[in-house]
Structures are given as C-alpha cells and as structure tokens.
Design a protein around this ligand. Sequence first.
Ligand SMILES: Cc1cc2nc3c(=O)[nH]c(=O)nc-3n(C[C@H](O)[C@H](O)[C@H](O)COP(=O)(O)OP(=O)(O)OC[C@H]3O[C@@H](n4cnc5c(N)ncnc54)[C@H](O)[C@@H]3O)c2cc1C
Length: 457
Amino acid sequence: MATAAVLAKHFQKVTIFEKDRNLGKAEIRKSVPQATQIHALMLGGLRTLESLLPGFIAELIADGAALLPMAKLQLWFKTLWKVTPPMNFYPEDMSYVCSSRPFLESHIFGKVSKLSNVTVVTGVTVTGLLSDKARPDYVTGVVVRDNETQEERREVADFIADCSGRPSKVDQYFEQIGFGPIPTEECDGGIGYTTAEITLPNKEVTPGYEAVLILPRFDQTRAFGVFPMEKGQLQYMFGSYGRDYPPVTDRVALEEWVKGLGQSEVALKLLKEAKFVTDFVSYHPPASRWRHFEEMKRFPEHFVCLADTVCAFNPLYAQGMTHALLHADILNRVLTEQKQERFTEGWWGVSKDFQKRAAKFTQGCWDLGTRVDYVRPTTVTSTPLSVRNSFGLRLSALMGDELVKMLLETNEGHHDFALVQHCLVSPEKVLLKPTVLFPLIVRVIKALREGKLPPKI
Ligand SMILES: Cc1cc2nc3c(=O)[nH]c(=O)nc-3n(C[C@H](O)[C@H](O)[C@H](O)COP(=O)(O)OP(=O)(O)OC[C@H]3O[C@@H](n4cnc5c(N)ncnc54)[C@H](O)[C@@H]3O)c2cc1C
C-alpha cells in the first residue's frame, strides 16, 4: 500500500493487484496469517506513513489507536538488563503505535484507496511476470488470474513492484523469464507467537509502565510481553524459540512453562491478574529469509522487490512493517533522483540502484535479528555450522550485547538506542561515534577475558 502511494507520485496511473477481497475491513485476511498477532509500528515507519499519507497519525489516534510512549515500555533485554529510560527523558512524540494488524491495515488502505490515480483490484492473484523477446532485460508486465473464474490476463506496465511478502514466488517467476537464481540466506529460529486479548485491573501493566517485553538470552527460549492495543484492549503474548511453544490449553502446564521465562515472576503475576477476553491464537512463522537481489549479476529493469519479498525477519524485534515502509521511502528517493538527474535514460538503472540501497538498509535490521539467533543452538540456518562457530560471528554477537548494555547506561546512549531501534538512524552511525566505538572495544576485550564469548554450537 505504501509503495503504491510512492508510485502514485511518479506515475500517472497505479494499479494494485491483491489476492484477498476483504481489504479495508478491519478483519483478519487469509493471505496475511501473521495478522492474528499484535503489530507494533516503530517511529521510522510511522513518520514515513505520515509523510506519504498526510493526516494518517491524527486519524489513527481519533479512531482509538494505542500510542505507547517510549518511557512506558518496561523492556528486559536478554532477560537481564532492565531498560528503564530516565523519567520524562523522551519527547512526547517518541511513541510506538501498538495495534491489531487489521486496524492498522484498514486505515492505510482507507487513505491509499482514496488517492485519485490509484486503482485497487482485489480477488486476483499475480501468477507470473511478462518479458519481451525484443527487450530481454526488462519486466514489461504481470500475468493476473481471477480467483473466481480462474481466467488469466496479461497486464502491461511501465514499472512493476513486487510487494507480495513472505510467500512471493519471485524465484519461480525469474526462472521463467531467464533471471536468477537469487542468492538466499535463511535463519530458522523455530519462532512461535501465541497471544490472547486480556484486560487488567489497572491501566499500568507493571507500576509506572503501560507495556512489558522480556526478550530471552541466546541460551534461553522463552519471551513474553503485554502490550496495549486500539480501543483500550491489551494483548498478552508468549514468544518462543527452538519450537518451545507454550501449552496454552492446560493452565497448570502453562504456569510451569512461564516459570521457565527469565523474570518469570512478572509474567506469572500478570497471568494471574489477567481476565482473558479471547482464547489464545498461535502462529509459527517460517524462517527469516533474505533474498540478496543486490548480488545478482543480471536484474531486470523496470522491476523492484520490496519489504518481506526481500527480507522477512524474526518478528520479535517488530521491524517488518517499518522495514517495508523505509523500503518504500528509499524507492521514492531513487525515483526522484532519477527524474531530477538522469531522466534522459528514463527509468533505466533504477531497479539495480534501488535493490542495492534497499539491501544496505536491510543489513542493519537483519543483523539485529540474526546476530543472536545464529549463536542459538536451536537455530537452523543455510549458513554452515563452521561459519556460525567462527570466532568472528560469535564476537559480533558478543559485541552486539555489549553495545546495547553500554548504551543503556547513559542518557545519550538511551537516545542513540531508541534512534536505532526505531530506524531513525543507521546502526553504523551510532557504532562509529568515537564516544561509542572506543569504550565498546575496551568492554569487548574485558568481556572476552571474562570468558563471555558465546560457546560453539
Ligand atoms: C507473528 C508475526 C508478528 C509480527 N509483528 C510485527 C510487529 O509487531 N511489527 C512489525 O513492524 N512487523 C511485524 N511483523 C512483520 C510484518 O507482518 C511484515 O514484515 C509486513 O507485513 C511485511 O509487509 P509486506 O507488504 O512485505 O507483506 P504483507 O504484509 O504480507 O502483504 C503482502 C500482500 O500481498 C498479497 N499477495 C501475496 N501474494 C500475492 C499474489 N501472488 N497476487 C496478489 N496478491 C498477493 C497478500 O494478500 C498481502 O496483502 C510480524 C510478523 C509476524 C509473522
């Protein structure tokens, strides 16, 4: 949807082809199974949406969105370090949006579908890409199948964006038109999400806080959170690694499972206090997967891939939608620059330029999610064990841990941590600050001497 809003700035007419029919209704869609789970939208994503769709934030709030101020999230990072930002430290506009996915999606759809040059065609499945023998380096359109009649038709376009998410069949389409293979990396942490809507006796989930998140260390498998949602609802969430899913139908077994969490007393207390409004719903996302389009020697002109089609992450870090929105923002910049600087060449070169710049941004998000997942014994990856056991990879996991721990010791560090977490600045920008890099090196050397390097698997 956000990509369509970007394309609408640069092209006369934009058509969205969408498999599902019930877009715009605040209900779970068949093609987006992750929509059963709470979605938090980081500031980088929220600000991009506002710039593309002015008035978006005000509408969301007017309709009852939960805005969670940064200082109101009690975060236990790797279950050890309580991330307690100094009171009133963050400006008021540094807030997450926490909501059900259908609530957020229906608001974005409402705004995009009102753009005068955007048409949304629902109930159709894209089944292939078109290419032209006279122009073998280009994608010239898509093949679209009507879900009811099963009739297929060819739709020609000047520029095509694949935003079909995790299940994108771009590998297969590329093979059919003579491109590929696409170098691909996979990291399967055996992640599970299990949630239920609850109410609590107080607005504060724990004293002083409106949300709690406990993330596990590399040698632990259980995560836990309680987050606000739209219209005053709350969602209770268990996350699991290594397929260590919670036994939600048996209360006694569930309490035992919760005792295996780091900081389990917080979760147990909330489990006892909560009034469950819905049953638990589970979703076990497939492996994190990064398609490295930027490494392909030949990539088709007039075609781009964005968001989960490029890279789908471990959802526990809540980056996916912000990553998708910032890809849309990068595309906007690439198209604008091309128009201003090189338009004699038309859109030639845009595709490769975009995939390279998008991948550079994706790298930071991928590192955040996988650095620790790679050193977990339960994780299955396409990366050989010899690489995962290498000193370099284990050192980078240790550095990541020490960096977070160090940042959260000072006010300036808190601010830097928040800027990276919300995709407002790149991780390198913070890492390369002399006030960060040199003390970090000293800390990492000390941690190595203390034997804190994650062990080999
Ligand atoms: C359990 C879980 C929790 C998550 N929580 C968060 C969170 O808190 N915060 C966050 O930012 N992200 C979260 N994410 C990630 C987020 O859901 C995705 O990163 C994001 O939705 C990706 O956007 P997308 O546009 O690439 O794909 P999608 O949102 O999946 O959209 C793809 C669209 O393409 C359509 N489509 C697919 N194939 C075709 C086809 N062949 N023809 C026509 N239409 C097609 C689908 O119907 C769908 O509408 C979570 C993910 C999971 C699994």
